[in-house]
Each structure stands twice: as structure tokens, then as C-alpha cells.
Design a protein around this ligand. Structure first.
Ligand SMILES: [Zn+2]
Length: 447
């Protein structure tokens, strides 16, 4: 049993906090702990990782120079490029005999990055996954259905061990074979669904098609992550699967899922600050931005042994909120990410995130939750075509009504994005369905 596990009661309602000692530290206590852990991490990387040794020397910094948390901004960043240059094991801070697990992150270009975990790293990982799963409402009564792909990807294993630690019953389904997923959910009475939000949508579609009423299932909560998704998509999933849909955040380079997660107030994801120090920077200049700004999230892991990251540039765009949360946890909350800065599309000089388009489409009743964005170039001008599935009432409607609907959508997109898009309606069920992370952008502008 977990020693620090306690139930805290407040406002007559039960609020479960997995590790109240660490999740509810005062800011002063937290910062003291962060400083101690950060200093030992810096010593470790300086002594064991040549890449960091070089970076520190280039900036004429020694780990012992760090006397205050604010000195963190003087330290060098770590980027995905550093991981590529040191492929496969160059960034490891312990000898291989101490590494007990290897994962890797999907490389969209070039080789994937390799990450390693010591025994202690795995214990902490499971504990942090238990934290956010508890915050989402998972208990030892739950039957947790994991529909993330099991493999090198960190998603499935991260939640798997977190759920086991809580004492829930884990079904290691893996992804794919949607009909079988639904059958298992029906027969085994799965109560919590773990997958990408786009796969949850695929499951909802299939259930609807097969005439299965989500209320006949035992599902009550969804733990969705591994890709950015919008609030309207959350509402749609909640309605169609008859669940409470929660968001959590992680990335393999820093640990995997278990970096941050929503509590039941769902007003941002608490970042587990006793293990990670977050910063927000301007992605263009690398300068630290004032509190409350939208920018790129930078994370420093302060307890990882095998693969510590100092100021890792996540490329994720978000905002931090240090206001106290009603749940009692003191850790800072990050907003739902708008997407990776790599996902940001620059269309006619305007920055557009696919999630902004999704927000518009999901607010229009006739649109089905499946879309694709096609970027192209006409002469020197960028063009954006939004292909969206619509329901039968619109698709088979008379041309005049269809035209008016397209005009209406194009106007809403223009006002939301600040740049014009052409809308193309496509037949219901004609778009590719996703079993893992959705591929929604086709960019034909690149040579
Ligand atoms: Zn909270």
C-alpha cells in the first residue's frame, strides 16, 4: 500500500488526492524541495553526460553556481536536436546496467529518440500516473481499459502501472480492432477508457453505427491524452460516450504521461512540480515570459536518474496559472495545449493551430467530428482547404442550402482564424478513422 495515500474531505464532497503531502505543499516548501532536487540533478548531468558538460562549459557555468531557482534561466536549453545528435544512449546519466526500461518517442522526421528509466524512475513514473488518474476520479473499484498501443510508445505502460498502483483492474487491450474493443468493454464492464481523444471518437462512431447505446456500458470516465484536443471535442466525447472526459499531459522525452493532469474541477492540468520545473518562453527568442503569458513550455526534470532533462523545449504552446485550485492541490496548472509549435501552420503569414479549426467545426451541429486540413499554394498564395464530414441531412440537401451552409462555415472560420479557408463538405464516414494519434494536416506546399 502507498504510505502517503489519504482521502481528504472538503465541502462534504470527497476529494481524493493520491499523495496529499507532496501535491499540497506550500509554495515555499515546494521551492525549497525543487532547489535541492535541481542541484543534485545538475551535478548528475554535469558529471555523467558529456553533452551537458559541454553546454555548461560553453556558458562558463558550474552546477554549484546555481544558488536560487531564478538562476535556472541561465542554464542552457535541451532540444530534440540534442537527443538526435546523441542517439541512442548519449544523454543517459547512468550506466546501462542501471537502466531497466527503454522507450522511444515517435520520430516524425529521422530517427526516434531513445529514453531510459532506472528502477527508481519507474517507481516515480507509476506514482505520478496514479496521481493524475486519482485526480480524474479513478479508484481501486475501476476497471481500466487501456486502448493505447503497447510498445515503444510511453502511453500504455505509463497508465498501466499507475492504474495497478491505485489497485484498479487493468485490461491491457492495446489499440486497434475497434469491434473487439467494444465487445470487451461490454463484457468486462470497463469503467475507465484510456486512449487518444481521436480514437475515443472512432469508438463512439462505431458504437453508434452498431446501434450500441453507450448507457448500456459501464464506462464513466475517459483519460485522454497524447494529442491536443479542444473543449468542444471534450463535450462531444462526453455526450456520445456518456462519460466524464479528462485531459492529461506528458511527453516521452521528459517521462511520458504523468507530468500533469486535470483534477475534477477541470480548469487546467496540475503539473507535478515536485518532479518537474515548468517555464514559459518565447519560442522565437528563447526569453522567459512573465507569468500568465502564452508561450512554449520548457520542463526540467528534477528526480529522473537515467534520463534527466534540463530545460527541455517541449514545443507545446500553453499558459501557466498559479492561482490556487479548489481541489486543494497547490501545483501550478497548465492550460490545454493549443498544439506543438511544430504543428502551428503559417497561412498567409497568420499563425493557425489545427485545434482552433476544430473548435469552430465542433460548434456546428451539422458537422461530424472528422476533418482534414489541406494546405497548398496557388502561385505565391497559400490556400487552406478544410474538408469536413457532414451529416446526411446537409450532404444530401439541395445545392442552395448546401452552399449557404458552406458560406456560413467559411465566415465563422475567417472570424476565428483571421485568415480565409475554403470549406469542402464530404460524405458521412468517408474520412480515415484513427486508432492512435490523428493525422489531420496534409501540407502540399513543401517541395
Ligand atoms: Zn485542482
Amino acid at each position: 500500500m502507498h504510505t502517503s495515500r489519504n482521502d481528504i474531505r472538503s465541502n462534504e464532497e470527497e476529494v481524493r488526492i493520491w499523495d496529499p503531502v507532496h501535491e499540497c505543499l506550500s509554495r515555499d516548501e515546494l521551492e525549497m524541495l525543487q532547489l535541492t532536487r535541481l542541484r543534485s540533478t545538475l551535478e548528475r548531468v554535469f558529471n555523467n553526460v558529456p553533452c551537458y558538460q559541454g553546454k555548461f562549459r560553453d556558458l562558463d557555468i558550474h552546477p554549484s553556481d546555481l544558488i536560487d531557482l531564478s538562476d535556472l534561466t541561465r542554464l542552457p536549453f535541451t532540444t530534440k536536436e540534442d537527443l538526435r545528435l546523441n542517439y541512442p544512449y548519449g544523454m543517459f546519466a547512468v550506466p546501462m546496467r542501471q537502466v531497466v526500461r527503454i522507450h522511444s518517442s515517435s520520430g516524425t522526421t529521422g530517427k526516434p529518440t531513445v529514453v531510459g528509466y532506472s528502477r527508481s524512475d519507474l517507481q516515480i513514473w507509476a506514482d505520478l500516473a496514479a496521481r493524475f488518474m486519482t485526480a480524474a476520479g479513478v479508484t481501486d473499484e475501476d476497471i481500466v481499459h487501456i486502448a493505447f498501443g503497447y510498445g515503444l510508445f510511453t502511453g500504455a505502460f505509463g497508465l498501466h502501472y499507475g492504474a495497478e498502483l491505485i489497485g484498479a483492474s487493468v485490461i491491457p487491450m492495446s489499440s486497434g480492432n475497434t469491434d473487439k474493443q467494444i465487445m470487451i468493454m461490454q463484457d468486462y464492464r470497463s469503467t475507465a477508457l484510456v486512449c487518444t481523444p481521436s480514437y475515443a471518437m472512432t469508438i463512439a462512431d462505431r458504437m453508434e453505427k452498431s446501434g450500441i447505446d453507450p448507457r448500456s456500458l459501464a464506462l464513466r470516465v475517459g483519460l485522454f491524452g497524447a494529442e491536443p484536443w479542444s473543449e468542444p471535442m471534450r463535450r462531444e466525447l462526453e455526450e456520445r460516450l456518456n462519460i466524464v472526459a479528462t485531459d492529461n499531459y506528458g511527453l516521452s522525452e521528459v517521462m511520458g504521461p504523468g507530468i500533469a493532469g486535470e483534477c475534477r474541477h477541470r480548469c487546467g492540468m496540475h503539473i507535478f512540480e515536485d518532479h518537474f520545473i515548468p517555464e514559459i518562453i518565447d519560442p522565437e527568442t528563447g526569453k522567459t515570459l512573465p507569468q500568465g503569458s502564452v508561450g512554449e513550455l520548457v520542463l526540467t526534470s528534477i528526480t529522473k536518474e537515467a534520463f534527466p532533462m534540463v530545460r527541455y523545449r517541449t514545443r507545446d504552446i500553453t499558459r501557466l496559472n498559479y492561482e490556487p485550485c479548489a481541489c486543494g492541490r497547490t501545483h501550478v496548472r497548465m492550460e490545454k495545449t493549443m498544439g506543438r509549435s511544430d504543428d502551428m501552420l503559417i497561412i498567409k503569414g497568420v499563425n493557425v493551430f489545427p485545434t482552433q479549426i476544430e473548435e469552430v467545426l465542433f460548434q456546428v451541429e451539422e458537422c461530424e467530428p472528422h476533418y482534414q486540413l489541406v494546405l497548398d499554394r496557388a502561385g505565391t498564395m497559400d490556400t487552406l482547404e478544410v474538408q469536413v464530414e457532414v451529416n446526411e441531412s446537409i450532404f444530401f440537401d439541395e445545392m442552395k442550402k448546401q452552399r449557404a451552409f458552406v458560406d456560413h462555415l467559411e465566415k465563422r472560420l475567417l472570424s476565428a482564424l483571421g485568415v480565409g479557408a475554403k470549406v469542402k463538405l464530404v460524405e458521412p464516414s468517408s474520412m480515415p478513422r484513427h486508432e492512435g494519434k490523428a493525422q489531420r494536416v496534409i501540407d502540399r506546399r513543401k517541395p
